[in-house]
Design a protein around this ligand. Structure first.
Ligand SMILES: Nc1ncnc2c1ncn2[C@@H]1O[C@H](COP(=O)(O)OP(=O)(O)OP(=O)(O)O)[C@@H](O)[C@H]1O
Length: 244
């Protein structure tokens, strides 16, 4: 894994009104690195991702993508340049088939359909099925397939696990790991399954009330997972059998 930063967030302050939701947040994602952004509900994780992909204007701070500031660029421009945001809404069109999703351009950008199927071979036999009829896990594969087929330099993933059984998330996260390691894509991952996120990630940041309270390598955070969950995430750590 290289440590070249493909994404750097410096002193980001952002919110929806004059009151910031996230304050002075700084983080770096290296080439081929997965960074998990953890935190309780309402901590500002989604807001951070939205500001990073320019969907939400920052109050202050800098976002650097491949070493260049993107503060003046639109969300569309940064998406085309390779900073891809996979939101919790997944970008699924219920009336379109799987294959149509992979043929459809994304903001004018062609999608590598074969690459999408290579990542998710299970979708080949569902090619003609409309997205509305797919299971939640299959829909997530479709959204992730579309995102990965654009060969992102940086991928922002918001709640891969939303509405899905942990067993499905457990199958999807290794695909992210493989893509990051093999292609150098840097991944910023918001994930509610703390154990699984840290098993996949290289590093983790814990965000509480808009402030980064902890930033460490994933194995160290995993060791202290129970303490972190009770101290920062406002919940008791579930037994291994529940979360693994
Ligand atoms: N569009 C919006 N307008 C106003 N406030 C918002 C908006 N979206 C989010 N917020 C507020 O900003 C704060 C941070 O929300 P955010 O969605 O970033 O948190 P989160 O850490 O992703 O939480 P969760 O884990 O519950 O998804 C919350 O208090 C939320 O109510």
């Amino acid at each position: 894994m290289s440590t070249d930063p493909v994404l750097e967030v410096r002193n980001l302050t952002v919110g929806y009104t004059s009151a910031p939701v996230v304050r002075n947040l700084s983080l770096r994602v290296g080439s081929g690195e997965i960074v998990a952004l953890l935190g309780p509900n309402g901590a500002g994780k989604t807001t951070t991702l939205r500001a990073t992909s320019r969907l939400l204007p920052a109050h202050s701070g800098q976002i650097l993508f491949r070493g260049e500031t993107i503060g003046q660029r639109s969300a569309q421009q940064v998406a085309r340049a390779g900073l891809v945001h996979m939101s919790d809404r997944r970008g699924i069109f219920p009336g379109l088939t799987v294959d149509e999703h992979f043929r459809l351009r994304h903001r004018g950008q062609k999608i590598d359909r074969e690459l999408a199927y290579d990542h998710f071979p299970a979708l080949r036999k569902l090619a003609r099925r409309r997205a509305a009829l797919l299971s939640g896990g299959e829909q997530q594969m479709l959204g992730l397939g579309r995102a990965l087929a654009r060969r992102p330099a940086v991928l922002l993933v918001d709640e891969l696990s939303l509405g899905l059984a942990p067993v499905i998330v457990k199958r999807l996260l290794p695909i992210l790991r493989r893509v990051a390691t093999e292609t150098g894509t840097g991944v910023l991952l918001v994930e509610q399954h703390v154990q699984m996120a840290l098993e996949t990630a290289d590093r983790g940041c814990v965000l509480v009330h808009g402030d980064v309270v902890l930033s460490q390598d994933a194995p160290s955070l995993l060791k202290d997972r129970k303490l972190i969950m009770s101290s920062y995430l406002g919940e008791k750590a579930p037994g291994e059998h529940n979360d693994a």
